[in-house]
Design a protein around this ligand. Structure first.
Ligand SMILES: [Zn+2]
Length: 223
């Protein structure tokens, strides 16, 4: 068991490293796959394997680029350790519930990856990449359909729509100041797990959202 948890952690940190590239490139308007190799944001030197070991490279190089000595963003180790931790947690929870399979694991890994990208972009720029949210919604919809009987499927879809409607109301009532349209989609896609989960989701996210929103360290938000 410990071996598989460690494997999930290592795999998660590698995925996190890739997601950092995705986050940077979607926010800078570049292509995700071109250029294939990662490079330093400051001096544009292509990075090699030694520079790209998740977390370890960051710590080993003292949070600085090896070539130009400019500081590397904390986003990299934070995203890597978050994804690694969440992947490990997903593996553990699924095995505790005795529903561990490639399908379930793949589903949760995809959902975690997309939500980490969405959360990071939202945190940095107060924007939600809607394409990613819709992709996650579709994946969640199909997965719920194929892993449940139709009564449960309908209940879960209704829960997702109820959550979406609730946030649509907030957006309308606060004229978009409370949150944006992307948040509605985000809640829909993370609420396919059922009615109870949908509401606890809303509660946790709202509290967290209010907490983050009132923090002064968000001074460099774009809007
Ligand atoms: Zn550099």
């Amino acid at each position: 068991m410990i071996f598989y948890l460690a494997l999930s952690f290592v795999f998660g940190s590698a995925v996190g490293s890739f997601l950092n590239v995705v986050i940077d490139r979607i926010t800078q308007g570049g292509s995700i796959l071109h250029p294939l190799r990662s490079y330093c944001d400051h001096c544009k030197t292509p990075l090699n394997v030694l520079d790209l070991v998740p977390v370890i490279s960051f710590v080993g190089m003292g949070a600085k680029c090896r070539y130009c000595k400019k500081p590397i963003s904390w986003q990299y180790p934070i995203v890597e350790t978050s994804v690694a931790t969440l992947f490990t947690l997903a593996f553990w929870v699924l095995s505790q519930r005795e529903i561990l399979s490639i399908g379930y694991l793949g589903y949760w890994f995809i959902l975690i990856s997309v939500l980490v990208v969405v959360a990071t972009v939202d945190f940095k720029f107060s924007l939600i990449p809607t394409t990613f949210v819709f992709f996650a919604s579709l994946v969640a919809l199909f997965f719920t359909y194929f892993t449940n009987d139709s009564a449960i499927f309908i209940e879960h879809v209704l829960a997702a729509f109820a959550a979406g409607l609730f946030f649509l109301l907030i957006v309308i009532l606060t004229r978009g100041r409370g949150m944006g349209q992307g948040d509605i989609g985000g809640f829909c896609c993370s609420s396919y797990s059922g009615q109870k989960e949908a509401w606890s989701n809303c509660a946790v996210c709202s509290v967290f959202g209010i907490w983050v929103f009132n923090k002064p360290f968000l001074g460099k938000r774009v809007n």
